[in-house]
Design a protein around this ligand. Structure first.
Ligand code: CA
Length: 226
């Protein structure tokens, strides 16, 4: 899942980014309102953490503009403006959630998880498919009850597969949702991480659950036909 943090307090911005990266998200940051608007309309994000008092362009104006073209992107306002009127305005112009500063990082994490679950109509914090499960809170994957040791990137890939169980997912889509802006889209990062994920899953499941559709992408494929 890819997240943009728009926040002009650089220390706060960096510490939120660091925490969310540890949680396994691909994170980009932006400290200016206008630049943020450009990023949101040119890159692909699953969720935006949006401050309101920003240089260049106010967060409310960014949100109003973004909502004209991007209805589905999840936006969580994180602001020092904490009156009821501010919250009502933020939600009315299209924010999906509103958290006032000061805040506890655990609460921000929980609200982000909740919003992203809604994106994929997923009600449980544990994602499952056949014998595989992934605990999105503890960031751990299991086959039956045996833990699989995965890197952060492998976990993020597996999470994306589990959230999109019935579709073929292209390399470009994985690049857009699992990597941040610094990733080189011409690199073979997706292939390398998919290969190592497959190897680990196969070692414990007895078969490779990730199938390739030539020229299209990857999809989850059961070991036995039913
Ligand atoms: Ca600010």
């Amino acid at each position: 899942m890819r997240i943009l943090i728009v926040e002009d307090e650089i220390d706060l911005c960096d510490s939120i980014a660091e925490g969310l990266q540890i949680d396994g998200y691909a994170v980009d940051t932006c400290n200016d309102g206008k630049a943020a608007y450009v990023l949101i309309t040119t890159e692909i994000y699953d969720l935006i953490v949006l401050d309101l008092n920003l240089p260049g362009m106010d967060g409310i104006d960014i949100l109003k503009e973004v909502r004209k073209t991007h209805k589905d992107i999840k936006v969580l306002i994180l602001s020092a403006r904490s009156s009821i009127a501010d919250k009502v305005l933020g939600l009315d112009v299209g924010a999906n959630d509103y958290l006032a500063k000061p805040f506890a990082f655990e609460e921000l994490e929980a609200r982000i998880r909740s919003l992203l679950r809604r994106t994929f109509i997923q009600e449980n914090t544990v994602l499952t498919w056949e014998t595989l499960s992934l605990d999105t809170v503890g960031r751990t994957a299991y086959v039956n009850d045996v833990t699989i040791l995965l890197t952060r990137k492998e976990l993020a890939l597996l999470e994306y597969f589990l959230l999109n169980q019935s579709k073929v997912i292209s390399q470009e889509e994985l690049m857009e949702h699992v990597w941040n802006m610094e990733a080189d889209s011409f690199s073979n990062a997706v292939r390398v991480h998919i290969a190592s994920l497959r190897k680990k899953l196969k070692a414990i499941m007895g078969y490779d659950p990730i199938a390739t559709k030539i020229g299209e992408g990857y999809y989850l494929n059961g070991g036995k036909s039913c």
